[in-house]
Design a protein around this ligand. Structure first.
Ligand code: FAD
Length: 317
């Protein structure tokens, strides 16, 4: 199979690499320092908004969105090498408004949102002026099978009432996070894959409570974070439902398809950067009379890593 990139993708690759060199890498330290110096870790370092503005002006914005009306109109295959470049820095995806879970949520709104839902939530997300989270996973059930979800979305007159406990809702720690897409059951008696629905829940709605932020391997991932959230009889207008009742499982499949692959693309970029740093280090460090680069075992590790990264890239493409 051939995976040569088109002229359009190559040109975007060049622009992104330049932007990474000129804006993103030099500001990684500033971002960390501003986060350390803030009163709370759950605030956004100001340098982030500066970088977003520059990326928007450079036309490096919403590249993830295949939709031509709202986004860059690239296919996933065209986006892969660009997403990989963004993955080289932990702060880069947000700079280009291409970070999870907003990307998946925006895709859901583009595909299934009504005009009103798009105006209220999609447009500010595309602008990068608010952020969002996705609440599917629950502590009490094995959530890798989304049919196990137990949260309820009950119809009462002109309203839906959402009740349930969720965790790992990424991004809910960010003060700009204004809306959650919540998955729950509208009809437990329907066929297995038609019991679930998805609904838009403003995070300031009465009954929504962020209980705690979960650490991942000891890191809090602030100011983004991964939250446990309680939805306690949250009352919402009936037109908050996405697509229609019973379509939640279908939406989840559509949402997680590209979203999971985006993670793979970014991780290849992270791996490339790690290998580059390793290669620089082994030239500088001397042990037992030779640089590390001259030691056979180290050369073997580098070759192994090179092969693994190439394999992962081809599998992802
Ligand atoms: C950093 C991070 C961010 C996340 N962000 C979000 C988010 O924003 N929103 C959200 O809703 N969720 C999020 N998640 C949750 C994630 O989607 C779930 O953890 C995942 O779907 C697995 O569900 P579970 O934790 O309930 O594990 P379980 O379903 O309980 O699985 C337990 C174990 O069983 C294995 N297993 C499961 N099914 C099978 C199978 N069919 N065959 C063999 N083995 C199997 C799994 O590999 C796992 O080892 C996040 C998780 C992490 C770690």
């Amino acid at each position: 199979m051939h995976f040569d990139y088109s002229a359009k993708v190559k040109s975007l690759q060049r622009s992104l690499l330049e932007f990474m060199d000129e804006v993103v890498y030099p500001n990684e330290k500033t971002y960390e320092e501003q986060l350390q110096q803030a009163d709370s870790r759950w605030t956004v370092p100001p340098v982030m908004e500066d970088m977003k503005l520059q990326a928007k002006q450079a036309g490096l914005w919403n590249l993830f969105l295949p939709d031509r009306e709202y986004g860059a109109g690239l296919t996933n295959l065209e986006y892969a090498p660009l997403c990989e470049i963004m993955g080289r820095s932990l702060i880069a995806p947000e700079v280009f408004n291409c970070s999870a879970p907003d990307t998946g949520n925006m895709e859901v709104l583009v595909r299934y949102g009504t005009r009103e839902q798009k105006d209220q939530w999609l447009l500010p997300l595309l602008e990068g002026s608010i952020r969002s989270c996705f609440s599917m996973t629950e502590p009490d059930v094995a959530s890798s099978d989304a049919t196990n979800i137990e949260a309820t979305i009950k119809r009462e007159g002109d309203e839906y009432v959402v009740t349930g406990r969720k965790w790992w809702s990424s991004g809910a720690g960010d003060p700009r996070c204004k809306v959650a897409i919540v998955m729950g059951k509208t009809d437990p008696d329907a066929p297995r894959h038609e019991q679930q629905s998805m609904i838009l829940v403003p995070l300031d709605a009465p009954g929504v409570r962020v209980r705690r932020m979960l650490p991942v391997f000891g890191y809090d991932h602030a100011p983004h974070g991964h939250a446990e959230i309680e939805y306690d009889h949250v009352r919402l207008p009936a037109d908050s439902i996405l697509w229609e009742a019973g379509k939640g499982f279908a939406i989840a499949q559509g949402r997680l398809g590209p979203g999971r692959i985006h993670h793979c693309m970014r991780l290849i970029g992270a791996a490339e950067r790690a290998l580059e740093q390793l290669c620089k280090r082994v030239r500088k460090r001397t042990a037992f009379g030779k640089t590390l680069a001259q030691q056979g075992a180290v050369q073997d590790w580098i070759a192994g890593s090179r092969i693994e990264i190439e394999q992962a890239r081809l599998l992802t493409l």
